[in-house]
Structures are given as structure tokens and as C-alpha cells.
Design a protein around this ligand. Structure first.
Ligand code: AMP
Length: 467
């Protein structure tokens, strides 16, 4: 069995720079929010691949000594996201393999919906898998392809796959970046003193002072080699389906993805949320960090003052990564603490980007009330999450998603909030420029742009019955 829905991740690549692995280290540092379970870098000096990877955070893994073992002018790196399930070194990317045409390594962000079936087929014909990571399927398909060139082998392999992938492949001599035809996950191209850089999010370019050139287009394959940069469109055109949840929660506010600045979108969502769910109150407080821009937008529109009424301990990982319910409850307390002086005696609007299981919000409402708030109104910067994601955002099974089994008023009661309001799907799309027909909103309306095997959905208890 493959790990399920663990493929959020951050990827970074450099071609043509003497400090390739150091730059990749910095790039991964800037993308740490996309995955904290493990990280790896593979570099090439033109004749050989060098690999260093481990469990943990980028800063802890890559000592000077380890970076010193990554020579060369090109490199790719990967941050792996962590959830419950198998978290082992063998699953940390980039995955490296030798095959008929030489060596290759891949760094994948996304989730392949037919990976399980392809893996079963490959195993039936004798392939041996080393990880429980669905990205390994890509390596096997490339290695087994009958096409003559590496480029055609990658195209052949990816043509068999469905789902989401922003992918970096490195060989001894080339760096290849590909984005799936739906463009689910972001992928950007930049330049730095004549070198090329590729990253999940543009915030990685800012750190290394690289220039943002453009996004890699959905369905585009870019090959960077001694011939310079070449672009190909090998896949049939598909419906564009950028993940709207990247805007809501996952990407960093200082990044530009899908053509827009993330912070700007979040503030616009906050303003729209205000117009849809205004309530009179004394103070607006965000659930930090992810709720901050939404709350600023809400405060700007409502003219209700914004303040930090919850303080976050920044040395704790994202609460979502805690594997068990018992620990998750505790986890919220470890992470957030109310400021009595800010919320005491007040009518408080608390704003978060999303409610998934409801565990976090319930705890937060209780905390704020215990800190002396007179009223606690919960507002959410995304529509009710009712469907699991098949394309790389870590969401639990459908029955665990509180909004799929409860009405808004039932959720309000569960949270013990005085009122509860979510932004509408229409409102969300209204404030994102040119949003028509270019976003995946499946987690909010079950409109899945790429179909997935129902057996898989049933087996993983994603749905209790057909929709
Ligand atoms: P929950 O307690 O299950 O309702 O989780 C909601 C909290 O998790 C919110 O504070 C969100 O910011 C955060 N969150 C939402 N989606 C994710 C995700 N895919 N990974 C990590 N955290 C998330």
C-alpha cells in the first residue's frame, strides 16, 4: 500500500551555478513550510550524481560537511511533508536510480491517482520497489520505457500517469522540470547570474536573489542543458485546475503562484468574508500564522480593529502533522496561547483560513472564552471543506471532515462559538482574478477534475458511498 496524501512537498532546482547545492539548501529553507518530515539534495558535476538526504528539517540535515559532499553545477532538492503513516528515510526524496541511459534522480510534488494500479502491474512484471512513495512509479516507468531518448522516456512515463505532479528530474547532464497538464501544483522558473533556478514557490527565489522569469505552464516540460533552455508541450491540452487551497493555506504569503501574490488573495478573501458574514464585534484576531492575511482583510472592510489575541509558539510544527487525536488536542495548546489583555471582556471575531476536522477551532474558541472574551465569533477564510483531496493536499477521509457530516449550525454548536461563518465558493472565486475555469475546488464542491479509481477511494475510506 502506498502512503496516502503525503505529497504536498516543496521542490527546488538549479542549473549552471558553481554553488548549486548551497543554493538548493537555501531554496529548501525558504520552502520548509511545504514539508517538514525530511529533505534531500542530489547534485551533479556533469559526470556523477551525489546524494544527501535525511529525516528532519533542512537546517538540521545539511551541515557544512554534508553540503561539501554535494559538488557540481546543478542540483535538485525536495522537502517532504509529514502526516500519520510511514515516515521513513527510504521515502525521502529525491529518489535516485541507475538505468540503461545512466543515473537519474526525481523530486516530485503532487499525488498520482493511478500510481497504485501501475505499481501492481509493474510488480507483476518483476519490478522491485524500494519505497512506499508513489513517486517511485515515475522512476520505474522511465527506466522501462522503450523510447530512445531520455526526454521521450519521461514523456512516455508521464503520459501513463494521472493526477498531479510538479516534477524535477536531474541526470548527470540535464535538469528537467515538468508540470502536469492540469497545473495543480505551482512551479516557477527563475534566473540567477546566468544560471536557471526552478522552485515550487517564488519565495525561494527572493532568498537567493534570483529573478522570477515566469511559471512553468501546465503541461509544459522544460529541459535545461548545455544547449540552454528548451520548452516542450508534449501532453494533450487539459482543463486547468490550479489548487485553490494553495492560495488559502498552503503557499507562503510572500509567494506569487498561479499569477497572483498569495497575501493579496488572502486579504481579498478576508474582505469578501466580511461582506458575506459581518457581525458586530470589538476586536478581530487571527489564528496565526495562516489566518493573519484573511483577518487583516476582514478588519480593513469591517473597520473593527485587528490585534494579535493568540500568540503562536513558532518552535512547534504545524498541528496537522500530529498523528493521533489525543495528541492533536494537546498540540493546539502547545502552539497557541491567548492574550488575556487583548480578548478579556471583548466581543471577539476569530479568523482562521480553514476548518478541517474542527479540532483546532474548538480548542481555540474554548481558550478565548476562558481568557475572558464576552462573545466568540468564528469566521473561516475558505468554504466548508467537504471532500478529501486526491491531488496532493493532506486532507483526512470524508467522514472526518466536519463539514461533510454536519450543518453549519451543528459545527457552530460543536465549536461552542456564538456564531460561525464561512466564505462562499462563489465569493472565493469572485475575488481571485480570472478564476473562471482555472481552479480545482474539489475539496469544497466534490467536483474532481481528474477521476480516480473508486475502489481506491472506498478502500481508503474516502467516501462511504458513491457521490
Ligand atoms: P482541524 O483542527 O482539523 O480543523 O484543522 C484546521 C487547522 O489546520 C487550521 O488551523 C488550518 O490552518 C490547518 N490546516 C488546514 N489544512 C491543512 C493541511 N492540509 N495541512 C496542515 N494544516 C492544515
Amino acid at each position: 500500500m502506498f502512503d496516502k496524501f503525503k505529497e504536498e512537498c516543496g521542490i527546488f532546482g538549479v542549473y549552471g551555478h558553481p554553488e548549486a547545492s548551497n543554493l538548493t539548501y537555501l531554496g529548501l529553507y525558504a520552502l520548509q513550510h511545504r514539508g517538514q518530515e525530511g529533505a534531500g539534495i542530489v547534485s551533479s558535476d556533469g559526470s556523477k550524481l551525489y546524494v544527501e538526504k535525511d529525516m528532519g528539517l533542512v537546517a538540521d540535515i545539511f551541515t557544512e560537511e554534508r553540503l561539501g559532499r554535494l559538488p557540481g553545477y546543478m542540483a535538485i532538492g525536495h522537502n517532504r511533508y509529514s502526516t500519520a503513516g510511514e515516515s521513513e528515510l527510504k521515502n525521502v526524496q529525491p529518489l535516485v536510480a541507475n538505468f540503461a541511459l545512466g543515473s537519474m534522480a526525481i523530486a516530485h510534488n503532487g499525488n498520482l491517482v493511478n500510481a497504485g494500479m501501475i505499481k501492481d502491474e509493474l510488480e507483476a512484471y518483476g519490478s522491485i520497489f524500494h519505497s512506499t512513495n508513489d513517486s517511485e512509479v515515475i522512476i520505474h516507468l522511465i527506466a522501462q520505457s522503450r523510447e530512445a531518448t531520455f526526454k521521450d522516456r519521461i514523456i512516455d512515463a508521464l503520459s501513463k500517469l494521472q493526477g498531479s505532479y510538479s516534477l524535477l528530474v536531474i541526470t548527470e547532464k540535464n535538469l528537467i522540470a515538468v508540470r502536469d497538464p492540469n497545473g495543480f501544483r505551482p512551479l516557477c522558473l527563475g534566473s540567477l547570474n546566468g544560471a536557471y533556478v526552478v522552485a515550487s514557490e517564488s519565495c525561494a527565489f527572493d532568498l537567493i536573489e534570483a529573478e522570477f522569469i515566469r511559471e512553468i505552464e501546465p503541461g509544459e516540460m522544460v529541459i535545461i542543458s548545455q544547449n540552454g533552455i528548451e520548452s516542450f508541450r508534449p501532453f494533450p491540452l487539459s482543463k486547468i485546475a490550479h489548487c485553490v487551497f494553495e492560495f488559502i493555506y498552503f503557499a507562503r504569503p510572500d509567494s506569487t503562484i498561479f499569477g497572483e501574490n498569495v497575501d493579496f488573495i488572502r486579504k481579498s478573501l478576508g474582505r469578501q468574508l466580511c461582506s458575506e458574514t459581518y457581525v458586530d464585534a470589538d476586536i478581530i484576531i487571527p489564528v496565526p500564522d495562516s489566518g493573519v492575511p484573511h483577518a487583516l482583510g476582514f478588519s480593513e472592510s469591517s473597520k473593527i480593529p485587528f490585534d494579535f489575541g493568540l500568540i503562536r509558539n513558532h518552535y512547534v510544527g504545524r498541528t496537522f502533522i500530529e498523528p493521533r487525536q489525543a495528541i492533536r488536542h494537546f498540540g493546539v495548546k502547545i502552539k497557541l496561547n491567548p492574550v488575556r489583555k487583548v480578548v478579556g471582556g471583548k466581543r471577539v471575531i476569530v479568523i482562521d483560513d480553514s476548518i478541517v476536522r474542527g479540532t483546532t477551532s474548538k480548542k481555540i474558541v474554548k481558550m478565548i472564552r476562558e481568557a475572558g472574551a464576552r462573545e466568540v465569533h468564528m469566521r473561516v477564510g475558505s468554504p466548508p471543506t467537504i471532500g478529501p483531496c486526491f491531488y496532493g493536499i493532506d486532507t483526512p477521509t470524508r467522514k472526518e471532515l466536519i463539514a461533510s457530516t454536519h450543518t453549519i449550525d451543528e459545527i457552530r454548536k460543536y465549536l461552542t462559538a456564538d456564531s460561525l461563518g464561512y466564505i462562499s465558493i462563489e465569493g472565493m472565486l469572485k475575488v481571485i482574478p480570472n478564476s473562471q475555469n482555472r481552479f480545482c475546488t474539489a475539496c469544497f464542491n466534490l467536483d474532481y477534475p481528474v477521476s480516480f479509481p473508486w475502489e481506491m477511494a472506498m478502500q481508503l475510506e474516502l467516501f462511504e458511498g458513491k457521490k
